[in-house]
Design a binder for this molecule. Structure first.
Ligand code: PEP
Ligand code: MG
Length: 572
């Protein structure tokens, strides 16, 4: 047995038989030709065949997988229609008197090399897209079939092993027989990962040396949680793995069932479990049946990928759509949290030395009344279609909260003037994500309708640790007692004022810390959609009264490790 390592792209376990995709020759034959008109004609025909093929694959992907996964083929058509690129290949073919497929291959190599040099993994993948499109055109020109389809036959549990997979290849596969993907190339944003996630198939990518180590027909175990592939496992490993896999399958069923039910502890303490959203895909996928609403709608995506600010109607459409689809469940919309790590060119924010301590979020909104008013009016209008709540990010002082609330009143006034409906009593809450807000939470609780703890930022500001800086991650720890004490203070002050409080940062779905949130009396947790069922299920296993004394002791421990050990014991 040997073990290979890669990146865990789409999590899950799989076992099956290796079917290896061997690369067809990547370099097309080069030959001399002076009949340029004929080469042009061959290219024109190949391009049109490929265009039709991409359209067919787009329809198939939309039907078999989903509309957003099908979008890649629209992008492929755009690359295919890039006249500037293919014109260069045609000119090369003419000036060098070489066949057009070879000229395309050469041009493609040059462009892909530029993308390869980029640091951004997303951009690197775009180079792969160009390579894939050119590959299809070249295959078409040279008469190669080019398609990899898993061989029919007796294999019913296929693990696809490949240097890389194109979206076209993935879409054409017989998904009923595919248990997993393992590729040598690709990163977290590769199409193999995106498609595997959409299909719910485990995938490991970036497994270096893979192609030389696995032969077709070999038995494989894929642990796409750890990113390991075991080749030709012995009986003991195989049966231990099967047991683990069975347990996982049972748990997945249990979690899926829990997602639609109310969550409550053994001793009857109820907690709402909502989801975080903040991009077009997650909004499209939002299902009110599988959670208790949206606990954090990050609105930055509405402002991204544009040349200018979105107007009120454009924003209203997004918020209205989600509010009405939530079927009466709450939707907490957070006002714009731009600045810090999220920048937009058209906003003209000058470069800052410390952007996380700079001009961001509510600071920017209060400074740009028209931007803020436009968003508030859109949110208010959406409140007539569902249970919408407004939330302000990065609050530091009570004055900021007061000013922001005045802005909400101004927006209401404007809508009244236009005769547009909205919820007059729309709840207005704040994120607690700065030490200042935690320390002032007794006062803020008297002026806010609810609190939502933004632990991602709170940890970074309480511990003075950049959440992006790898070298200081040992301090960026949710089990750091300073953070837990800050959260306890917020919980007590919210309870004292009788307002609900929740957590919408990543720690909301931290299994180890869940008993702490329960013991502190959290009223709602907002987590990634994939985690909602699991968290609800885990809440159902907690006896709040029983764990309370052990949780209380944690707040006096003397090290992060002691906290973790004590929490580990609570897991049972
Ligand atoms: C947070 O800080 O915890 C939070 C949810 O906000 P964001 O991650 O968008 O900064
Ligand atoms: Mg934040």
């Amino acid at each position: 047995m040997k073990t290979l390592n890669g990146i865990s792209g789409s999590k899950g376990y799989a076992s099956g038989t290796a079917v290896v995709k061997r690369d067809s020759p990547t370099v097309p034959e080069r030959y001399e030709t002076r009949d340029h008109a004929a080469e042009e004609e061959r290219f024109r025909k190949a391009r049109s065949v490929c265009r039709a093929r991409f359209t067919e694959l787009e329809e198939r992907a939309a039907h078999d997988i989903g509309p957003s996964e099908a979008e890649i083929f629209g992008a492929y058509r755009m690359i295919l229609d890039d006249d500037a690129f293919f014109q260069k290949a045609l000119s090369r073919s003419k000036s060098e008197s070489v066949n057009i497929e070879y000229a395309i291959y050469e041009e493609c190599r040059g462009v892909v090399a530029l993308f390869e040099e980029m640091d951004d993994p997303y951009l690197k993948e775009r180079g792969t897209d160009i390579e894939n499109v050119c590959g299809e055109v070249i295959a078409c020109l040279s008469g190669a079939g080019g398609d990899f389809a898993v061989e029919a036959g007796s294999v019913s549990d296929v693990i696809v092993v490949a240097r890389d997979l194109t979206p076209a290849e993935t879409v054409k596969m017989d998904k009923a027989r595919i248990r997993g993907f393992v590729t040598e190339r690709g990163g977290m944003t590769s199409h193999t990962v995106i498609l595997a996630k959409a299909l719910g198939i485990p995938a490991i990518v970036g497994a270096e040396g893979l192609m030389g180590e696995i032969a077709g027909g070999e038995r494989l175990i894929v642990d796409a949680y750890e990113g390991t592939v075991m080749v030709d496992p012995d009986e003991a490993t195989l049966s231990a793995f099967e047991e683990k896999h069975e347990r996982e399958k049972k748990l997945a069923v249990e979690y899926a069932l829990s997602a639609g039910k109310p969550a409550q502890t053994i001793d009857g303490f109820h907690i709402d479990v909502l989801v975080n959203t903040g991009d077009a895909d997650s909004i499209k996928a939002f299902d009110a049946e599988k959670c208790d609403g949206i606990g954090l709608l990050r609105t930055e995506f509405v402002y991204m990928g544009r040349e200018d600010y979105p107007d009120e109607d454009a924003q209203y459409e997004v918020y209205r759509d989600i509010a009405s689809r939530a079927s009466g469940k709450e939707v907490i919309i957070r006002t714009l949290d731009i600045g810090g790590d999220k920048q937009l060119a058209y906003m003209g924010i000058p470069k800052e030395d410390n952007p996380f301590l700079g001009y961001r979020a509510i600071r920017l909104c209060l400074d740009r009344p028209e931007v803020f008013q436009t968003q508030l009016r859109a949110m208010l209008r959406a409140s007539s279609h569902g249970c919408v709540k407004v939330m302000f990010p990065m609050i530091v002082t009570a004055e900021e909260l007061r000013k922001a609330r005045e802005c909400v009143e101004l927006a209401k006034e404007s809508l009244r003037g236009r005769g547009l409906p909205f919820d007059e009593n729309i709840p207005v809450g704040i994120m607690i994500e700065t030490p200042a807000a935690a320390l002032l939470s007794d006062q803020l609780a008297r002026e806010a309708d609810f609190f939502s703890i933004g632990s991602n930022d709170l940890i970074q500001y309480v511990t003075a640790t950049d959440r992006m800086n790898e070298r200081v991650q040992y301090l960026y720890d949710s089990c750091n007692l300073s953070v837990l004490r800050a959260i306890r203070m917020v919980a007590e002050n919210a309870a004292g004022a009788g307002i609900p409080w929740g957590i919408c940062g990543e720690v909301a779905s931290d299994e180890l810390l869940l008993p702490v949130w329960v013991a502190l009396g959290v009223t709602e947790l907002s987590v990634a959609p994939s985690q909602a069922g699991k968290i609800k299920s885990l809440i159902g296993r907690i006896d709040r009264a029983k764990i309370a004394p052990a949780v209380e002791r944690i707040f006096d421990m003397r090290s992060i490790q002691d906290v973790k050990d004590a929490l580990g014991k609570l897991q049972g």
